[in-house]
Ligand binder design. Structure first.
Ligand SMILES: Nc1ncnc2c1ncn2[C@@H]1O[C@H](COP(=O)(O)OP(=O)(O)OP(=O)(O)O)[C@@H](O)[C@H]1O
Ligand SMILES: [Mg+2]
Length: 385
């Protein structure tokens, strides 16, 4: 197994004894070990920044802050560790709470075997990440489970919101080669697209790239999908090469991969840190989602990098989120309100949604969750000021 560094914050004697025993036969180095919950979370988080554990084990017993906040803060530290929640029993409510809050595992005694399997999953992800050795910022890919679920709308809003939440330079890239819309939504007049970067790959450097991207929105640059039919089948390997370079120029790259799972989609997912699968409550979309989740997991896409976004949730529904999660076999990362009218008004006026609408606030919350930012601590922000 790829060697892992772990941090433990475990205040239960029973769980500590179980962990210590399990660690004896595993390639795990404990770099932080607290026998009780920290009284000062900020200094604990600083320690995580310095020690860079691959995984943080937290016992759920007496967490003072809301679990979601703690996990999000831990996940935002330098090494972006996986979080395992430990509990003395398998309480279904606690399991769901932990997974919803962003934990990748929920473990309870006897811990040994479960822990080994869970650590192997983390080890594989870490190893793959090291293999990717991609210098540059994070890559977030958006994919529509079925046409029209909202992937483009969400990718645009997230890309524009990120620099308002964190100090980040963002690239928004339209890789929906069949029906790219980002140029239109952002009122782009540039003649250049991803295809130009691919066709001129030997010239690709910082100054050439600058000539291709469009800007006009502070800290966001974007590149559109090709409009000419001849450019709709770009070789995936070349597109990957372009974005391996492009990501070095930005803190975040947001990709719109459209709705079709093609060789290009799979190649780009491989280089993405997280894939956001956008779906809706509609039966055909859910059916497609289930198949897509299975396909991606079967093809080796790590579960902890696959995130489901449920868009256009109805005010009332016969199916609960819990039921949907167990039906789809994946937890729901975020839900977004259904608000066609506000979106149309915004698009007609050539802008994105602001936080005066419910959907605008949901989109902002989603961007914050993606960035690992505690939205309540940020006092002033709205899309477009
Ligand atoms: N939360 C929402 N509430 C209401 N309407 C929405 C919402 N999200 C998206 N829409 C609308 O749904 C339509 C499809 O959205 P969008 O183009 O973003 O989807 P997509 O998944 O990118 O589609 P495609 O498969 O064509 O790429 C648009 O008219 C958009 O305005
Ligand atoms: Mg789209």
């Amino acid at each position: 197994m790829y060697p892992l560094a772990a941090a433990m914050v475990v205040d239960s004697e029973v769980l500590r004894a179980e962990l210590e025993q399990a660690f004896q036969s595993l390639a795990v180095r404990v770099v932080v070990d607290l026998p009780e919950m920290p009284s000062e979370w900020s200094s604990f988080l600083d320690r995580l920044d310095r020690m860079k554990p691959d995984v943080v084990m937290l016992s759920m017993g007496r967490l003072a802050s809301p679990l979601e906040e703690v996990i999000s803060a831990v996940r935002s530290t330098a090494a972006r560790p996986a979080v395992f929640i430990l509990h003395t029993e398998a309480d279904p409510e606690a399991i769901l709470r932990a997974l919803r809050a962003g934990a990748s595992e929920y473990l309870f005694p006897p811990i040994g075997q479960q822990l080994q399997a869970a650590l192997e999953r983390v080890a594989r992800t870490r190893e793959a990440a090291t293999e990717r050795t991609a210098p540059g910022g994070r890559v977030a890919a958006f994919l529509s489970a079925k046409g029209g679920c909202g992937a483009t709308t969400i990718a645009c809003h997230v890309a524009l919101e990120l620099p308002r939440l964190i100090d980040a330079k963002v690239l928004l890239a339209d890789l929906d080669l069949q029906a790219g819309l980002i140029g239109f939504l952002l009122k782009n007049k540039s003649d250049y697209s991803v295809a130009d970067a691919v066709y001129n790959i030997q010239r690709l450097d910082q100054s050439y790239w600058r000539g291709l991207v469009s800007n006009g929105i502070p800290n966001v640059e974007f590149i559109t999908a090709p409009s000419r039919p001849a450019s709709k089948n770009l070789p995936p390997g070349h597109v990957k090469q372009v974005f391996s370079f492009a990501r070095t120029q930005y803190d975040w790259t947001v990709l719109d991969l459209g709705r079709h799972v093609t060789a290009l989609t799979l190649t780009m997912l491989e280089m993405s840190d997280e894939a956001y699968l956008v779906t809706t409550h509609e039966i055909p979309a859910l059916h497609q989602t289930k198949q897509l989740v299975q396909l991606l997991l079967d093809s080796g896409y790590p579960r902890d990098r696959l995130r489901l976004v449920l868009n256009r949730i109805p005010k009332r529904s016969d199916v609960t989120l819990d039921e949907l999660e167990s039906m789809l076999g994946i937890t729901i990362f975020a839900t977004l309100a259904n608000d066609y009218q506000s979106l149309q008004e915004a698009f007609t006026e050539g802008r994105m949604l602001d936080t005066s609408s419910h959907l605008g606030r949901d989109l902002q919350r989603l961007a914050a969750k993606i960035a690992g930012v505690d939205i309540n601590k940020k006092k002033k922000f709205s899309l477009f000021g």
